[in-house]
Design a protein around this ligand. Structure first.
Ligand code: SF4
Length: 379
């Protein structure tokens, strides 16, 4: 096991380094020649860069294929996946091998359980100092109140460093600028507001490590397979070829990928973990108050929660929809969702909930009582 993991990591490293060298070589050929410049010099540079890439390892082609899209193909892929799955199954070994661990926290239920597990593994490996928590703030009038503060408290409970990234203008600014809401096929909200903003963090961490060799950074997420069909297809551990470079090899670790919703709530109750009160309202996900992927029932419920909390989010989004002339989802306006929520409030009265209702709903009254006690002790 140890040898195969080492071999695979080396292969991934070589692949990433080769791809970097090839990219450099390609960029060299794309540079505009200056007036009077001899184009043969560009080809000579390309040849030299390719020779360098080849010299880095014997099986250059295999490694180059390996890092394109972060996958091996055929039997090589099966072998690589098996080794990565084995490594993911031994969190303490994985943490020990990493030079740094970056936990991406949304502050949600899966994140808090994932963070707790990552901390336990890091403590067992004697390297809690390697772990840093990063939160992507999606901007005002988008997230539920208190998400960023909660993510910070969850990190500080273990004495971890907490970093925040925030794109200028946030979600609302991005939609306003594009004149369109993102959709499931073009999730610009995730790529622009999260992935792109997080990229400099890897550079900072790599620089701070100051290693001569390529650093191994493990990027930890609270992504569960049970959340959606797309997430079910994700591996517990995989190569992030986009974030990797010649200076760093980045692996993505979906630490709670195998857990069910009930198991997540069980761990929250058992360890007295603090979760966001929005789950108590009946909403099952802590994300943007209005998520482009949410079903209509969740959008209507989110609107009723906004009414109960006196939040301006529905007004902001309906105004945004009107200004840009583009609907929140294809064939579905938020104005319609807000109207449906008003009708339900008029029929049933405003929503009401109690702290701990999410634990009660999933595990019962006794588990809720234990959660309250443990949370009080932990905080
Ligand atoms: S929660 Fe939904 S809307 Fe918000 S960033 Fe994620 S995918 Fe986009």
């Amino acid at each position: 096991m140890t040898d195969s993991v080492q071999r695979l990591l080396e292969q991934l490293r070589l692949g990433i380094q080769s791809s970097g060298a090839v990219r450099t070589a390609r960029n060299a050929t794309r540079r505009k020649p200056k007036a009077g410049h001899d184009p043969r010099a560009d080809f000579a540079r390309l040849r030299a860069a390719r020779r360098k890439a080849k010299a880095q390892q014997a099986s250059w082609r295999a490694a180059w294929r390996a890092c394109r899209g972060g996958v091996f193909r055929g039997p090589a892929r099966q072998a690589a996946d098996a080794v990565l799955a084995e490594l993911a199954a031994d969190p303490v070994d994985l943490v020990r091998r990493a030079d740094a661990l970056v936990f991406h926290s949304s502050g949600g239920k899966d994140s808090v359980v994932g963070l707790h597990r990552a901390v336990q593994a890091a403590k067992c490996a004697g390297c809690l100092h390697k772990l840093v928590v990063v939160h992507a703030d999606l901007g005002p009038d988008t997230e539920w109140p208190g998400v960023r503060e909660l993510a910070q408290r969850q990190a500080e409970r273990y004495g971890l460093r907490f970093l925040v990234v925030a794109a200028e203008g946030g979600f609302v600014g991005m939609v306003e600028k594009r004149g369109m809401f993102p959709d499931s096929k073009r999730r610009l909200c995730t790529s622009t507001l999260k992935r792109d903003e997080l990229a400099p963090i890897y550079t900072q961490i790599t620089a701070a490590l100051g290693l001569d060799d390529q650093a191994l950074i493990v990027s930890v997420y609270g992504v569960r397979g049970g959340e959606s069909a797309a997430r079910a297809k994700k591996a517990a551990l995989s190569l992030d070829s986009r974030a990797s470079s010649g200076r760093r090899l980045v692996l993505t670790w979906n630490i709670v990928h195998h857990l069910s919703t009930a198991e997540v709530w069980q761990e929250i109750s058992e360890h007295g973990l603090e979760y966001h009160p929005i789950y108590d309202t009946g909403l099952e996900r802590l994300s943007c108050a209005y998520c482009i992927l949410a079903p209509e029932a969740a959008l209507v419920l989110a609107t009723r929660v906004c009414f109960a909390l006196g939040l301006s989010i529905p007004t902001v989004y309906v105004e945004l929809e009107r200004r840009i002339g583009h609907t929140f989802k294809p064939g579905q306006t938020l104005a319609g969702v807000v109207a449906a929520a008003r009708m339900l409030d008029a029929l049933d009265g405003p929503l009401a909930w109690r702290r701990g209702d999410a634990v009660r709903r999933h595990l019962g009254e006794e588990a809720c009582r234990r959660w309250e006690q443990r949370l009080a002790v932990a905080t």
